[in-house]
Write a new protein. Sequence first.
Length: 249
Amino acid sequence: MKTQKILRKMFPLLFWLGVWVAAYLATGQELLIASPVSVMKRFAFVTEAAFWRCVGMSLYRAAMAYVLGIIIACMLAVLCHLWQWVDDLVRPALAVIRATPVASFIILALVWLSSSNVPILTGMLMVVPVVFSNVKEGIDATDPQLLEMGRLFQWSRWKIFRRIIIPSVKSTFLAACEACVGLCFKASIAAEVIGTPKNAIGTQLYSAKIYLETDTLMAWTLVVILLSMGIEKLLRCIIRGGEKRVHHP
């Protein structure tokens, strides 16, 4: 039974590895598609301090973008719930952010900001609309009878917010946080590719492309994929662990 389970999990990996090998053999040129062996050899750069500086700085920028995006989105959602005129101002701006290509934001931001700050702004703009929509929807869906009960017991606004609104918003908020973490990371990397800041994964991707180092390009791409999957998995585990502790103290 365990063997079947392991084989079932390994099959997709082996299948796509076979597709990669077949594509390499079909082209027969390392410049177009590097072989899996060549790419694995390039992973020797994980022993270099420069590799960890790049990874660390890219993760730092993505984390800053993610946290700032969540904070701004939550503040806007609360303000839009309290005042309709704020909602009328904010919603068109968020609609523009959703409709505008990420590359356009990056190029415009490079005019105003340093290349090291552009990934933070870009990632943040990917987070804000998603979290805002979910939090605003959760606040609007709060049971009015619970709010009336809070007023009846003469609770303060802060107590109503803490005891009624936050529990109502929690599920949609966590779902938004889980949904946009990978999007934020990949948008930050895309901004690094265009802006090429110092010590960045995106800069390494761009350099590998310029110098036609396909094996290095694919190795760094695999690093991005693994980091993105790892970040999403880690956040999912944190959220699930927090929910279990709440339900089963």
